[in-house]
Ligand binder design. Structure first.
Ligand code: IVH
Length: 738
């Protein structure tokens, strides 16, 4: 691989990992298995090692995934919450031991082997034995305060039991994992199925999603569990070995792991990993691996840790369970944006605790790449976290003549739901990335159902109960075309809505109907950003909706947005500028005269662009680029877009934007570095935001000021290199006061 190729691949991998981190840590909705994710991270780490020139401190290989979400108080951990290095290979577990031997100068090393619990990490603080706080891992340095939610966990003691002959630490951080038992997960899903709500994919993500709910009463309804396995800060220190720690956790009355293994040397470690594998499916929590730790805490301190993980531990992850079965057919599902997704219909097979008859095939490209054909023997994987996926086929066992899968041909070149036109288009949304076949009919009932479900989802307007089969029936029976039509459905109609069949009726019910009516009324008051997101405007995700909501007063202003026009105008000017550049490859200057004329033209174009940047586009983030602008403008000018706006008007729904008042820092971006003499970092950030400015983590040409304090780091060098103005706190206060 050439350095240029490596650089490109590294950038791609970082973007992919960042997207998957967002889905896993914040949205609790991963789209790939841990195994596939670990593969991406490994490739990235290897490339960074081979091409150190492209290694950066902010690479996902150098930090822990960030789980923080809005709405929670942030709390600093007293001792950093680290992650673990992990591997799928025996060889690397053995290499870990070799490293320990080299660092510590002895072969005689004791380890513990413990279950690696597949939940979400949390740190509990007990002061004088009383539970006072629970914080998620967050960035590792600080996380979200989820104390109220953790208090709902019945098995967690509020007081640690006194252990005779030992001291109770003044302050101790106890770390562990929050999880849902399989039984509780199934109970929740059964309840959701009965209410016509979308089912959760797996226990881990449901637990993660639950702990990040702002309403503790809601959390209490789901019986979360917890298990503790390690210490953070502890004053005074109470134990000297990992094995003793487990005993102490037990003695304090805390929920602890079922079993740990003591191992002397690497062969015993490897044998223990095997024993754990045979037992792990009987544990109450999902166990996706084994954690090997040096037993002696003095030795742990001696080998130390990197920024991200201790050197004295390693996680061995078991390969996800797989099974072989026959691919009976490939059917096509239509999502809310019209994307056609292939689904594998399988000969039912028992795998990792459940019978599997369907699996995702992602997209047409993937089917081709893996050479999967109807009738094939296939290997499927279920990693406990995500929808089962088809891993591979066995072409050597295929009967000759099996045709390649051709998606458009399989659906007769039309949408399998509405019969409408389909087209292959570039897509970039929550359903898929890249190129996909799409149903072009906005009024396709599958799209209508998908949009209604999304409109009512938690992240959108939170009208609980209107997902899955409920949305399907409302559309099927003609009650709803566009999501806002939901406001016209009478409570009585909702209550008697038949979710079953004519022979086996099952109604939605009075109570559920009353809840929907209350929730839809409450949603009237939600801001423009929520409504915009809820209406599934093409290319408008959560962030874009927020940015647009902050810059427009209402839908009327957005539909005729001067800002979006300016974005498009700038894109047009930039394209023209590129074409007119005398050095343009596509359009080289023909003569000196031509060159001079075009140079002049470019100066004019640059000035126009700069005028837009300083004027209507000042402070507009890159989220709102020409593609988004074109999508939004087009959508509100289209028949469906106009229909939606007219409907909202008729319903008297007029969501308001949260336009931030212009301040002294409007359009200015700050980067903070070092310690300020009197102001805390958060304080300075607040002041910047309140004055209309923005705060960014890295210095670029677009940075307006770097606010630097004592012990400023590389950001200061970068600022000097790029000629970005550097100011101190005094200067900052002066600018603020102006
Ligand atoms: S020890 C400094 N032990 O796995 C020690 N972690 O993938 C770090 N985890 O961040 C943690 N089971 O959230 C430890 N028995 C166990 C664990 C465990 C699950 C989690 C933990 C960690 C993550 C790393």
């Amino acid at each position: 691989m050439t350095p240029a190729e490596a650089q490109q691949r590294i950038a791609q991998l970082r973007a992919d990992v960042a997207r998957h981190d967002e889905r896993y840590y914040r949205q609790a909705k991963p789209e790939i298995t841990d195994f596939a994710y670990d593969g991406l991270k490994r490739e990235l780490a290897e490339l960074e090692a081979e091409f150190p020139l492209f290694a950066t401190a902010d690479s996902p290989t150098q930090r822990v995934g960030d789980d923080r979400v809005q709405g929670f108080r942030e709390v600093a951990h007293r001792q950093k919450m680290l992650s673990l290095d992990n591997t799928y290979s025996e060889e690397e577990v053995r290499a870990f031991h070799t490293r320990m031997v080299r660092l510590l100068g002895t072969e005689d090393l004791h380890y513990t082997v413990e279950p690696k619990i597949d939940g979400l990490a949390v740190s509990l603080t007990y002061e004088q034995g009383r539970f006072v706080r629970a914080v998620t891992r967050g960035t590792g340095d600080k996380g979200d305060d989820v104390t109220a939610n953790v208090r709902t966990i019945a098995s967690l003691p509020r007081e640690l039991k006194k252990v005779r002959g030992t001291v109770m630490p003044d302050v101790v951080e106890i770390r562990g994992e929050i999880y849902l038992t399989a039984a509780e997960f199934e109970r929740i899903n059964a309840e959701r199925a009965a209410a016509g709500e979308e089912l959760y994919a797996n226990p881990r993500n449901t637990a993660a999603g639950t702990i990040k709910q702002l309403d503790a009463a809601e959390v209490a309804r789901r019986k979360l569990s917890i298990v503790l396995y390690s210490l953070g800060h502890c004053e005074p220190a109470v134990v000297t070995t990992q094995a003793r720690l487990h005993e102490r956790l037990k003695a304090w009355g805390l929920p602890h792991v079922e079993r740990i293994w003591h191992a002397l040397g690497i062969d015993e470690v490897w044998a223990s990993i095997g024993e754990l594998d045979a037992l792990r499916r009987s544990f109450a929590y999902g166990t996706d691996g084994a954690v090997v730790k040096l037993d002696d805490m003095a030795l742990q301190r001696e080998v130390g840790a990197t920024d991200k993980a201790p050197r004295w531990a390693i996680a061995y992850k078991y390969k996800p369970d797989t099974a072989r079965t026959r691919l009976k057919a490939i059917t096509i599902q239509v999502g809310k944006t019209g994307i056609l997704s292939p689904v594998a219909e399988l000969e039912p097979v028992f795998l990792a605790g459940s019978t599997i008859a369907r699996a995702t095939l992602h997209n047409e490209e993937e089917i081709r790449r893996k050479d999967i054909r109807v009738g094939d023997l296939v290997e499927i994987e279920k990693a406990g976290e995500v929808i089962p996926a088809v891993l591979r086929s066995f072409p050597e066992e295929r009967l000759p003549g099996a045709p390649e899968f051709d998606l458009p041909a399989a659906v007769g070149h039309k949408c399998p739901v509405c019969g409408g036109k389909i087209a292959k288009l570039a897509v970039a949304d929550e359903e898929a990335q890249g190129v996909a076949w799409k149903c072009q009919n906005y009024d396709c009932s599958a799209q209508r159902t998908g949009r209604l479900g999304f409109f009512c989802s938690r992240k959108a307007l939170a009208i609980d109960g209107v997902g899955g089969v409920v949305a399907e029936k409302l559309v099927e029976l003609g009650h709803v075309q566009d999501p806002p039509d939901l406001y016209d459905v009478a409570q009585e109609t909702l209550a008697t809505l038949n979710l079953g069949t004519a022979e086996k009726p099952r109604v939605f019910g009075e109570k559920n109907a009353a809840k929907v009516v209350a929730a839809r009324e409450a949603a009237r008051a939600l801001p423009l950003e929520k409504w915009l997101y809820a209406l599934s405007v093409p290319d408008v995700g959560e962030t874009t909706a927020r940015e647009l909501g902050r810059r427009h007063r209402n839908f009327t202003e957005l539909a005729d947005s001067a800002l979006l026009r300016a974005v498009l105008q700038k894109a047009g000017l930039a394209a023209e500028r590129e074409l007119q550049a005398p050095s343009s490859r596509k359009n080289p200057a023909k003569s000196d005269e031509d060159r001079a004329r075009r140079k002049e033209l470019c100066v004019r174009l640059d000035a126009e662009i700069a005028g837009l940047d300083a004027g209507p586009l000042a402070g507009v983030p890159s989220d709102i680029g020409p593609a988004v602008a074109a999508s939004v403008v087009e959508f509100f000018a289209s028949v469906p877009g106009k229909r939606l706006l007219a409907k909202l008007q008729q319903l008297g729904i007029d969501p308001q934007g949260t336009v931030v008042a212009a301040g002294v820092f409007t359009g200015k971006t700050f980067v903070l570095t070092g310690t300020l003499p009197t102001m805390k970092r958060e304080e300075a950030e607040q002041k910047i935001l309140a004055a209309g400015g923005k705060v960014s983590g890295s210095v670029s040409k677009k940075t307006s000021y770097v606010l630097a304090g004592a012990e400023a780091g590389s950001k200061l060098d970068k600022a000097r290199e790029l000629g970005v103005p550097v100011i101190d706190e005094t200067e900052f206060q002066r600018l603020l006061g102006r």
